[in-house]
Design a protein around this ligand. Sequence first.
Ligand code: FES
Ligand code: FES
Length: 162
Amino acid sequence: MKDQHLVTLDVNGREYEVVLESRRTLADVLRQDLGLTGTHLGCEHGICGACTVLLDGEPVRSCLVFGVQADGRSVRTVEGLADGDELSDLQQAFSRCHGLQCGFCTPGFLMLAEAYLDTEPAGDPEEVRDVVSANLCRCTGYQGIVEAVTEVAAARRKQRDG
Ligand code: FES
Ligand code: FES
């Protein structure tokens, strides 16, 4: 009997049906089957966080999740952040604060930070530093990333509080 499963995924608000072998990771499904190559693969064993996406709103290492585990669930990737040509507030802040250099780690950091920002945090820089320490960046020294996330937390808080 063939190891094939029909899986339904909601990715960035769009529904996809894919037939998968159970061994295939969510990262490979996003990149190879759906063409969403914004999700990057670095270590492929759960260390670097470059492959971070949101699964039902929670950040996960998509190299450690099987595609079949995402059946019927909602996935948000870096492609879901911008509104057409308009970058999201967080993407703009990364650019403004020099939160990226080579950019390889950036999609993972953006999704990790987006999940954190969704919790409506106060955005204390020490807390932000702790959150982003989950992922690896070889280029930036993290300062720009911390500044970007802190700025957006403050801006969103201001917007919420009027
Ligand atoms: S590629 Fe998934 S954690 Fe590094
Ligand atoms: S910007 Fe190069 S690894 Fe982070």
